[in-house]
Write a protein that binds this ligand. Sequence first.
Ligand code: ADP
Ligand code: ZN
Ligand code: ZN
Length: 661
Amino acid sequence: MISYASVVLPLPLKTEFIYYFDNDKFDLKVGMRAVVPFGSTKKNAYVVRIFNEKPDLDFEIKEIIRVIDKDVIFTEEQYNLSLWMEKFYLSARGENLDTMVPGGKKDIDYGGLNSSSYESKNIINLTDEQIRAVETIIHSEKNLFYLYGITGSGKTEVFLRVAENVINNGGQVIYLVPEITLTYQLAQQVSARFKNKVAVLHSGLTPSQRIKMWREIITGKASLIIGARSAVFAPCKNLKLIILDEEHENSYKSSNTPRYHARQIAQKRISDTNGKLLMGSATPSLEAWYRMNYIKDMVELELTKRPALAQLPKIIVSDLNNEKGGGFSTLFGNDLIIEMNKVLLEGRQVILFLNRRGYSRYFYCSSCGYVAKCPHCDIGLVYHKSKKILECHHCGYKTIPKISCPNCHSYDVSYMGFGTEQVDAELERLFPNFKHARLDTDTVAKDKKYIEKILTDFKNNQIQILLGTQMVAKGLNFPNVKLVGIILADSTLYVPDFRASERTFQLLVQVSGRSGRADSDGEVIIQTLSPENNAIKMASKLDVKGFIEDELKFRKATNFPPFSRMIYLVFRSKNKMKAEKASSDFYNELINVKTHYGITAEIFNPSSCTIEKIRDNFRYQILIKSSDIRQGIKIVDIATEHVSISSSVFLEIDIDPLDVL
Ligand code: ADP
Ligand code: ZN
Ligand code: ZN
């Protein structure tokens, strides 16, 4: 018998398509994928409805080519979520489903997880604060909870107890962490406790492993699902709890279409399934803080102490301006060298943090001021010494360093600024008797098992100094670490973005929190050229409340989030004039729509982006601020229907953007 299937295609089209198939030939169900003809190509389609009566269409209906899945691979809830995302993020349902379902867009491959290395854990006696938090969450009728606890205060244990309770009552739990390194750490921690109920979704899985995990979740066999951002889409049938650890982390926001935020998706899913969302951090985002303390629509729980002997570290701000040579070229100031030597000789460990990779940041000519820039991007090239190349960190362009200035042919050229590769080389020179390792995207890319190996070696004291970028900043828990050194706190500060200060503060507090996790003698040295900067000063006092309240005043005065919601539109094209024209046409339409519908929103004049060019694409921006995000979305949605943008211009729509660069 002939049946019909309504399908969604992984394309930026906010519509569905109908195909026919023979029931006797295919066992096709809603929630499976099928290959269909589309124009002159074939596409993987998501089947969202099946029916028997012939639809009344004035064009020929085509036949499904084949069925991909043996079983259902996405749920009705996920399909509905894709429709909701279409309204909220203005990304098409097919793009949304494609992001949720494995086999669609693939993440970067970081390597797998070795399940044999899992260790069991003794049962911990909770502190009074932990007990109060667990009890409140379990017994509350509310849906939104925030565990605001200083670094090392034992948030994980609270999360796990609440998860245990939910799972014992037959519910499923999604536990989100911001970083791949933390997926490993957490998987090890929970495997003994939750045994075969755990599913770990991470980018190192092969497509077939991923599908296998997916099945365990969709059939309800797995009840604790661990993963980074995209695990928020796990196809749970009975989702009752989502844990979002390190809520403030930017990695929860996708930088590709659909530009979703895991926090937003989590909130939506939880409200549909009447479950609970439990977020936690030592450094809440300003948005979360504002909701907790001013809107008060989340239950706030606090952990103010580190359990047992552990205490917050002593923090020293080391002013690099006092170093010989002015400080700009200082990697290790005196304070840091002396302290590192002391700590290492005691047999304790050191974590060093620098937010920039590569050897040197700029190739610079002292005669004419020339700086080597990427020919495809409006950004400086970074020197990688071991690879002997200048590289663009935006597009990957590589070139061989010159010995003279390409502009004025002077030989008075040099490199300025430093990255982790140079710090690595300095470690070799300054601390030859201690083993060190570097974790950044350069070293990790070399070998898939690298992260896990380094973290295991560090845990077993086979490495004494761990140097890294963001990868070492978040959530890691190594009891023997006594000293944390921040090589240059200023590196994130002078980015032209209204969140630069907030980010620097969070990063400093988080990195500092990696020390003193089992003892009372933890130390942090923050090296900086701007010791008077508020974010650095407040971070050195670990004054979260003080910093956030100061920053809120600034945001209020300038009407930035959380006091407004933003939409960021970027028009990009290889043709500069077309990009510029598209932005000004769109702007005019936005103003028309705004006036016509009487919407209150602040629409900024189009201008070129801070980074004017990326991968040969010229970029123009429009920023919209509104107190009610739905109003802002409405203007953009209507305007996109009215304006036809040149096919050589691409429009990126970012709702609640984290970067406006
Ligand atoms: P956070 O996530 O808040 O930074 P963790 O959850 O990683 O902190 O906990 C820090 C350390 O404290 C871990 O080693 C953990 O095992 C330990 N810990 C947690 N709760 C307790 C407790 N009640 N008693 C003793 N140690 C605890
Ligand atoms: Zn020159
Ligand atoms: Zn480039």
